[in-house]
Design a protein around this ligand. Structure first.
Ligand code: HEC
Length: 141
């Protein structure tokens, strides 16, 4: 086979293996039993959105404070997570993320690996977002 034919064969192969997938959108992680999901809708260009998007959190979570709208909203909006984790799980986000319970135990154990640095960034951003919201509320009082 000439190099040209090899290339052609390769291209055809890639095209076929894509099957019915609509586009080259990144494949978002899903839990077993969960159908493939549409990518999230992004508005604005908040740099804090990048890490959530790379790690695939928007498969299940909106983070509206940074312009991410999940197509599924399987989990709660992470914009409120910093305080919500305390009321729902009775622990701080700093303690929850390295040692989660419920769905996130499965997600962070099997689907998505967060390095300690990535975990710190997530905590830092969600804390920052929560503080911004607090200030916002105080403005109205
Ligand atoms: C496959 C779906 C899925 C993915 C992907 C996912 N989560 Fe979750 N997450 C959930 C669900 C569902 C909950 C609700 C809690 C429960 O049911 O245990 C949750 C809860 C949380 C909570 C607690 C929120 C609260 O308000 O109490 C945090 C924090 C969180 N997720 C962070 C993340 C981060 C960060 C990522 C990406 C690294 C991520 N999640 C990816 C499904 C997911």
């Amino acid at each position: 086979m000439s190099p040209c034919h090899t290339l052609l064969a390769l291209l055809t192969l890639t095209a076929c293996s894509k099957g019915a997938a609509p586009s080259k959108a990144p494949v978002m992680p899903t839990l077993p039993g969960m159908a493939a999901v549409a990518p999230p809708t992004i508005t604005g260009n908040d740099p804090r959105a990048a890490l959530f998007l790379t790690k695939g959190c928007p498969t299940c979570h909106s983070v509206t404070a940074v312009g991410i709208k999940s197509s599924t909203d399987v989990g709660p909006d992470l914009s409120i997570a910093y305080t919500d984790v305390r009321s729902r799980f009775g622990t701080s986000l700093e303690e929850f993320l390295p040692n989660p319970t419920g769905t996130m135990q499965m997600v962070l154990g099997q689907l998505i690996k967060l390095s300690p640095a990535e975990r710190d960034s997530v905590i830092h951003m969600l804390k920052q977002i929560s503080e911004q919201q607090d200030h916002h509320e105080q403005d109205h009082h």
